[in-house]
Design a protein around this ligand. Structure first.
Ligand SMILES: Nc1ncnc2c1ncn2[C@@H]1O[C@H](COP(=O)(O)OP(=O)(O)OP(=O)(O)O)[C@@H](O)[C@H]1O
Length: 234
């Protein structure tokens, strides 16, 4: 099968000369269409760097990163912005919502710039927040704010959903519900989700687990029978 993402010898170096830090060194892997992928690694391993490169938030230094036929290394800053807007949804650890906009306005802010966007209310309904569309982020719990962030990401109807430690600021039960949303999204849409985490306990939920250590791929494995999040305990 053709890969959805193909990464070949991707290297990312920040800074130059004596201050240079190589956060990703010669990283290679393939991701199939419709996969739920977990990128696992300790703090400082280079996970966020890799996610930022995959999401077009940062330029790679060398190698090749191809996402759905788009060669990211060939794009200039403007090209990366277009790629990011049209193809990628992002969910971050600390939600990154606009505080003076309501939840539905936060979602519509993202969907306005996408071609094939979902309605804001529909996206919020999909994450269980139909009754909170007129609330402001500060009026919601952390888990609810993360749901808004997920609604914002899926409303763009992205080919690729990227999540960087999405449960890092949440308690166990709330975190589990958030992970359930990601698993449901991949299963229902057939689209790709990549979750970056240091929590190895959630690895059974993924189709594919890529372990990063010291900027390099340490292991690349598949779960033949991924565990439904509801059955997962950690
Ligand atoms: N903008 C930057 N400039 C210089 N060095 C950076 C920059 N961003 C990251 N680094 C360095 O690159 C390395 C990898 O960082 P990265 O954030 O990718 O790791 P991580 O695995 O996501 O860690 P964490 O889980 O703590 O966020 C670290 O040594 C970090 O200090």
């Amino acid at each position: 099968m053709t890969s959805f993402i193909s990464v070949q010898n991707e290297t990312k170096t920040y800074g130059t000369g004596a201050n240079a830090v190589t956060a990703n060194k010669d990283i290679s892997f393939e991701i199939a269409p419709g996969e739920l992928t977990i990128i696992l690694g300790a703090s400082g391993a280079g996970k966020s760097t890799l996610l930022n490169v995959l999401g077009g938030m940062d330029h790679l230094t060398s190698g090749s990163v191809n996402v759905n036929g788009v060669e990211l290394g060939a794009l200039d800053t403007k090209g990366l912005t277009t790629y990011r807007r049209k193809q990628v949804g992002f969910v971050f650890q600390f939600y990154n919502l606009v505080q003076n906009l309501t939840t539905v306005e936060n979602v519509e802010l993202a969907s306005e710039i996408a071609d094939d966007a979902m309605d804001g209310v529909e996206a919020l309904t999909a994450v269980g927040l139909a009754d909170r569309i007129q609330n402001f982020p500060a009026q919601l719990s952390g888990g609810e704010q993360q749901r808004v962030a997920i609604a914002r990401a899926i409303a763009k109807n992205p080919d690729l959903l990227l999540a960087d430690e999405p449960t890092g600021a949440l308690d166990y039960k709330t975190g589990k519900k958030i992970l359930q949303l990601f698993q449901d999204f991949t299963r229902n849409s057939g689209k790709n989700v990549i979750i970056v985490t240091h929590n190895s306990m959630i690895r059974p939920m993924a189709d594919h687990v890529i372990e990063i250590a010291d900027g390099q791929v340490k292991a690349d494995t598949y779960n033949d029978h991924p565990t439904p999040v509801a059955e997962l305990e950690w």
